[in-house]
Design a protein around this ligand. Structure first.
Ligand code: NAD
Ligand code: FES
Length: 273
């Protein structure tokens, strides 16, 4: 059993939980994820590690309460326990040896991007960060990122904060202005990562994306998380979750993400999103 040490609502329906998980905290690296089960009869869900503190023995997760399990998880409070919390899983991000990186985060995808920004900043890498959300109320981790990034740029769909439009408008503008980046890291909704890759491919800037397909076991056994990258099949849980964005078949990933939406709605009465 894993104790919830802290809980905060970051935005409507978006929750941060700090969980006591000493062994995971000891080994966790940016880009990795955990699989959790709220209770004995619950389903297993993957969540990217949003932060870790080796000294405190804590691992933070950030999730959106969209379905049965995330709502169940969100109903727990400080001092409550999560039944299973397994990890760190997946391959860590490859972040060393770069001098200028552009990080792009959309919506809840800003959460898994945060440990990468932190790691790069601690290594002395110049990091420009572009983050975006539907409106300012849904923008998470702005202050934390401001403390780490060389420059931060904000986009909101409704113009309530920063640029009115998508993160991709800013990405294009930064590159067009002559900013040179060794690589780009994009994490967020699939259409956003696809759009970022369309821009960076044109400018030949290596781009990493983080895939979060449906996962069942998280250890390479079920095949549920398969993604096609460069014409080959990979399993996001063991081969990823990060891949070369210029080679990912985003259209297939988008189709696969939609596959069980109807069943999820019937089973749990949860909203399609
Ligand atoms: P959202 O739909 O509100 O989009 C967030 C931002 O992404 C937008 O404000 C915009 O700037 C950008 N964006 C969206 N669609 C775009 C497009 N077509 N072109 C260019 N930019 C676009 O995001 P949300 O509702 O918070 O959803 C977050 C998504 O992130 C979910 O789909 C979730 O699956 C995904 N996610 C991914 C990971 C990961 O590790 N890859 C982790 C957590 C969440
Ligand atoms: Fe089962 Fe990846 S989640 S193979």
């Amino acid at each position: 059993m894993f104790e919830i040490m802290d809980k905060k609502t970051l935005a409507p329906g978006i929750v941060l939980m700090k969980v006591k998980a000493t062994l995971i905290a000891k080994k966790a690296m940016p880009g990795q994820f955990i699989m959790l089960r709220v209770s004995e009869l619950g389903e297993r869900i993957p969540l990217t590690i949003a932060d870790y503190d080796r000294h405190e023995g804590s691992v933070s997760i950030i999730f959106q309460e969209v379905g049965y399990t995330t709502k169940d998880l969100g109903s727990l409070d400080i001092g409550d326990h999560i039944k299973d919390f397994a990890g760190p899983l997946g391959r860590a991000s490859e972040l060393d040896g770069q001098s200028r990186v552009l990080c792009v985060g959309g919506g809840v995808g800003i959460a898994p991007l945060y440990p990468q920004i932190k790691y790069l900043s601690e290594q002395g890498t110049y990091v420009d960060v572009v983050i975006g959300a539907r409106s300012k109320d849904y923008l998470i981790l702005q202050k934390e990122i401001e403390n780490l990034a060389s420059n931060i740029y904000i986009a909101t769909d409704d113009g309530s904060l920063g640029h009115k439009g998508f993160v991709t408008d800013i990405v294009k503008e930064l590159i067009d202005k002559g900013n040179q980046y060794d690589s780009v890291i994009a994490v967020g909704p699939l259409p956003m990562m696809k759009a970022v890759c369309q821009i960076t491919k044109e400018y030949k800037i290596p781009t990493t994306v983080s895939m979060n397909p449906i996962m069942v076991d998280g250890t390479g056994m079920c095949g549920g998380c398969r993604v096609t990258v460069g014409g080959k099949v990979y399993y996001a849980c063991v081969d990823g979750p990060e891949f070369d964005g210029h080679l990912v078949d985003f259209d297939e990933a988008i189709r696969r993400q939609q596959m069980y939406k109807k069943e999820e709605q019937i089973e749990h009465g949860c909203k399609l999103y």
